[in-house]
Design a protein around this ligand. Structure first.
Ligand SMILES: NC(=O)c1ccc[n+]([C@@H]2O[C@H](COP(=O)([O-])OP(=O)(O)OC[C@H]3O[C@@H](n4cnc5c(N)ncnc54)[C@H](OP(=O)(O)O)[C@@H]3O)[C@@H](O)[C@H]2O)c1
Length: 254
């Protein structure tokens, strides 16, 4: 399919490379920042346009990889009659692009994507469309980019997006706190990397509740008290430690 990518950020960059690898011609990249747009267009080997008025009508599929708030402005400003148009947001409704094209939907990559990522990771894709016929076309396009393509309506995508925040963003916040603690205490954070990898790896064959170890799971109050004592000068980490310990001890998800 002849593709136009709108946006020059993380998703445009990684999905752009994936689209090229799948053999689709990218006929144009459209951004607003001259430097970033030219740079990405150079990497993708395609022409570029600046501003939405520059979007070429000479393509079949338009991938709109804009920030969530810009998506609404795009939908209000741009019409692409007859074209298949999809946005990449997990938390924005499928129908947001209906005013842009009747043939619109969602192609949401359920992965943390960053510009320089190499190699491109496994990317499950969640899709939806405003018309059943277009759903087939988006499924078939997404199937050239990923082995895991699932239909997900607005509520399902939103819930997966939220769960993604828990497993990705919040976990990374814990890594950040642990790294700050290690730096302040003169300890090598990298020594923890095998532990991080092992715990994450277990999730492919074990339920996370079963994989839980540590002093809170063992109800080892003596060690918990020693840790809390050590955290007297780290108010934020101490709060997190207490909250997580209580929840792990209760073993509840409510
Ligand atoms: N990154 C991820 O891991 C990920 C994963 C799945 C889904 N998504 C979703 O994919 C979409 C894009 O995310 P991203 O990570 O690629 O974001 P990003 O790296 O911040 O890129 C956002 C793009 O939107 C453009 N933009 C922002 N505000 C604009 C405006 N007012 N007018 C015109 N263009 C504007 C930016 O242009 P400038 O460069 O000029 O600022 C940039 O090209 C979002 O809906 C996000 O929720 C992201």
């Amino acid at each position: 399919m002849r593709v136009v990518i709108i946006g020059s950020g993380n998703v445009a960059s990684v999905l752009g490379r994936r689209i090229l690898l799948a053999g689709h011609p990218i006929v144009q990249l459209v951004g607003r920042h001259p430097g970033r747009t030219a740079l990405l267009a150079g990497q993708l080997g395609c022409p570029y346009g600046l501003g939405w008025a520059a979007i070429t009508p000479d393509a079949e599929f338009y991938l709109v990889a804009l920030s969530d708030s810009a998506l609404f402005a795009f939908a209000a400003d741009v019409t692409l009659p007859g074209k298949l148009v999809a946005h990449t947001a997990g938390a924005v409704p499928c129908n947001v692009l209906l005013s842009c094209s009747r043939h619109s939907g969602v192609l949401y990559p359920l992965q943390s994507l960053r510009k320089g990522t190499d190699p491109i990771p496994e990317i499950p894709i969640l899709i939806d469309a405003n018309d059943p016929g277009d759903l087939e076309r988006i499924v078939s396009f997404a199937g050239t980019l990923s082995d895991t393509v699932r239909m997900a309506d607005d509520p399902t995508r939103l819930k997966l997006h939220l769960a993604g925040v828990l497993v990705n963003n919040f976990t990374n916040h814990l890594y950040t706190q642990a790294a700050a603690f290690c730096e302040a205490e003169g300890i090598d954070f990298d020594l923890l990397l095998p532990l991080i990898r092992e715990t994450a790896g277990r999730l492919s064959y074990m339920h996370p509740a079963e994989a839980q170890t540590g002093p809170a799971a063992r109800r080892d109050q003596r060690t918990i008290d020693t840790h809390l004592e050590l955290l007297n000068n780290y108010k934020n980490i101490r709060e997190l430690y207490k909250l997580f310990t209580i929840q792990i001890e209760e073993n509840g998800i409510a």
